[in-house]
Design a protein around this ligand. Sequence first.
Ligand code: FAD
Length: 572
Amino acid sequence: MATRCIDILLFLLPLSVAALTKCSGEQSDQYDDELSRLASEWYSSSERSDQYSDRLSQLTACLATAGVDNFTYPSADPTEAAASSFYQLLNFSIQNLRFAPGPAALPAAVVLPATQLHLRSAVLCSREAGYSVRLRSGGHSYEGLSYSASAPFVVVDLMRLNRVIVDSASRTAWVESGATLGETYHGISAASDDLAFSAGSCPTVGSGGHIAGGGFGLLSRKYGLAADNVLDAVLIDADGQIMNRDAMGEDVFWAIRGGGGGAWGAVYAWKLRLLPVPSRVAAFIINRPGSTPRIAQLFHKWQLVAPNLPDEFYLSAFVGAGLPESGEVGGMSATFKGFYLGPASEALSIMTQTFPELQLADSDCHQMSWIESVVFFSGLPEGSTVSDLKNRFLIDKKSFKAKSDYVRVPIPESDLISILNQLLVEPKAYLIMDPYGGAMDRIPSDHLPFPHRSGNLYAIQYLIEWQTNADENNQNYIEWMRKFYEFMADKVSDNPRAAYINYVDLDLGTNGWTIEDEPAIDRMANVKSWGESYFLGNYERLVRAKTKVDPDNVFHNPQSILPSNQINGYLA
Ligand SMILES: Cc1cc2nc3c(=O)[nH]c(=O)nc-3n(C[C@H](O)[C@H](O)[C@H](O)COP(=O)(O)OP(=O)(O)OC[C@H]3O[C@@H](n4cnc5c(N)ncnc54)[C@H](O)[C@@H]3O)c2cc1C
């Protein structure tokens, strides 16, 4: 695929300018065409007159009065539609092309606050003008929840709130919630060679959504989740109150660290505990192709080994019939990603003793600094450097559907063979297994809303990806995924079947709060169906926190915790 890189200078309405680097391939050209089509449809639709109603004028006047000068809304000139700053900014952080906007789903405006007070004004002005707010940090919500809504809404994009201020002496950092993980890691490494943070590998994921849902990564077996390492936060509620940990109280501070984004208020910034790492770490990514029984054997051994390795070791597994690492050859294979907080020689020796079937060679195992290992696992193109971690644009965007499960009892080898046979039928799908154990086992399940701790061997993510939303098989892929999920039911945790909120999946059920005549009792059943999958026994405390901090449910999405009064007085 040909790739081009262009610098776009975005003139934001009405005044300011932001420079962004965009790297895109052919699929993005198709995407731009699709956008032009959608844009012209939108201009000829009745939506437009609504969008230019008093409501929008009220919003823009309120923002201007508050000194918020970075916002943009659809241009009145249809010939400029797709090239306008509105579209450029809206699309910049749409990370799942399945949710590329249709005419009915466009936000009225995109606002880019640059300060804490701008963020507060963006929330208050949107609310006063009658718009729902969609906060967007990295834009990686699996269901597009940060840039879509069924009612008129405003996207408050946090990309300009991306400062990372490190205090090496106290081993802490304040990170604005629009900073991506890449920007966060870059900021930490610029200040210190021996401090790190525990969070996910993808550099364009936003700290806003990631930490709000927990945040698992290569250091989690040693230090827990990203959310386990948040010491304080600044939250702006629906009335514009700016609260730190003391002011918001322990229930709310607990809820915002894992209870899911978009539900409590706008997190302006997180105070992180930074974590010590040695000067050299070890890292490897190896792909093992083979017959289905051979890969099932490796997978089976992996699930016995990975959750029981020393806390310093992280070994994840990917399996599928079309993994990128299998290259031209394709076919069934497994990829193992290994990271060790220590020298390569030790990593090699641990693998040789515990997992000889992997046949890890000396030459597979590389030694580097922690920040170099972040680049190594980032998925950025070969030759990328530490400063590339700051690039917010996701290369090679796709459409995808994902689901998750937890495994508490190893899956028998015969079942693994059946699973792999399903993947042979659909090579666009694959499984990602993240090992738990270590610190994850020792943190109590009610410490934070994220409950999947002791006894979980690993999390599985099922993922199917395809190139564009225009693909006629779009719905077929989603249906395949739903059937595969059903097929997995008797092989994974149940009662309730568990899921990870950061792999948000609307198939688990929604609030249904837009359905006017839905009986309250059904609503509670709906809400509990997804709420207990994500939060198990922590659901009730989340409802309590929500009732306290946002009783009018101003911050909502189809799977956000509801206040008690909207679920039939759940706590009464
Ligand atoms: C390629 C890829 C790799 C991933 N890797 C990992 C991984 O290794 N580990 C892991 O745990 N997860 C991983 N994830 C999942 C990721 O953690 C979630 O998708 C996360 O919610 C994305 O956060 P975001 O800020 O990028 O998304 P957004 O879409 O911007 O936000 C997600 C949700 O949080 C809300 N939100 C965002 N910012 C704020 C804020 N400041 N205040 C309040 N609410 C806010 C949004 O409204 C939305 O509801 C990965 C996802 C992808 C696509």
